[in-house]
Write a protein that binds this ligand. Structure first.
Ligand SMILES: C[S@@+](CC[C@H](N)C(=O)[O-])C[C@H]1O[C@@H](n2cnc3c(N)ncnc32)[C@H](O)[C@@H]1O
Length: 269
């Protein structure tokens, strides 16, 4: 997710290390705002669910049976997906770029008695000694590393980390929503305001955080380049009676009319 005042005019070629530092500062500052929602998710108050309107995994059937799988939570935030997957029987490793987010995750591990390894690391720059080739059956990113780091670095990295037949599942803002989000506005509108072609790196002037997206055709080209086969692209549509999302950058009416969130799954050949 990026935010108001995004400025695609300031999108030179990506400097991954500098972007990771900017995102670390931004997410350290945001961490307290994510703690309460994280606690509710960790508590098991609702079943595992995806995205802004908490669409249940049991309805979307993205992941299937995860028992015994080696899973990497790729930009785990407060770690609720890791908690859900651990409860479901997966062997989870989680990492994030922001120490404050990981501190929240650690507190919840103690509070809820669910343990899994967590590491401070940056998507697209993982140390191959710590994160070995072909060591995961599933990589998951819900607005995590696949949103906040450059896909030209993260997709080859995910391909390296997955075992043959392993899957990458990631949720992101739809490209359509990205290009309908006017500069200087806190909320997406219903006009195309950013260029589709060349969409890549999006800088948030308010806190200098950097998000990434590509047009779908470029995502698909990049998957294929790295031996990743598209299984599905779910364009999430919230139910008409969905409770308002606490993230106000897209309204329910918008998301009922057009896809606001894309949930991709790809498989390593
Ligand atoms: C919206 S949260 C997503 C995690 C979780 N699904 C949640 O909602 O709490 C975004 C997370 O991405 C992390 N992040 C940002 N840049 C990253 C990077 N380069 N590598 C790994 N994680 C990153 C942030 O620190 C933050 O915890």
């Amino acid at each position: 997710m990026s935010g108001p005042g995004r400025d695609p005019a300031t999108t030179p070629a990506s400097d991954s290390a500098a972007d990771a530092v900017a995102n670390r500062e931004a997410w350290n500052a945001k961490a307290p705002d994510y703690a309460e929602a994280g606690r509710r998710a960790w508590s098991g108050e609702r079943p595992p669910s995806w995205g802004l309107w908490h669409q249940p995994e049991s309805e979307l059937n993205v992941l299937g049976d995860v028992r015994g799988l080696d899973v990497l939570d790729y930009g785990c935030g407060t770690g609720y997906w890791s908690a859900w997957l651990t409860r479901a029987g997966a062997r989870v490793t989680a990492f994030d770029n922001a120490p404050e987010q990981l501190a929240t995750c650690r507190r919840f591990q103690d509070e809820f008695g669910i343990a899994f390894p967590i590491q401070l690391a940056s998507a697209g720059q993982l140390d191959p000694e710590r994160f070995r080739d072909a060591s995961f059956d599933l990589i998951l990113s819900e607005y995590g590393g696949l949103t906040w780091a450059d896909p030209y670095a993260t997709l080859p990295e995910c391909a390296r980390l997955l075992r043959p037949g392993g899957r990458l599942a990631f949720l992101k803002i739809s490209t359509l929503l990205e290009v309908c989000w006017p500069l200087g506005s806190a909320v997406a509108g219903d006009e195309l305001v950013l260029d589709w072609f060349g969409l890549h790196r999006l800088v948030e002037p308010a806190d200098s955080s950097v998000a990434f997206d590509l047009p779908p055709g470029e995502w698909i080209r990049l998957f294929r380049e790295h031996g990743l086969v598209v299984e599905s692209l779910r364009e999430l549509r919230p139910p008409a009676d969905a409770a308002p999302s606490r993230h106000a950058f897209v309204m329910l009416d918008w998301a009922r009319q057009w896809p606001a969130e894309e949930l991709w799954t790809v498989r390593k050949a």
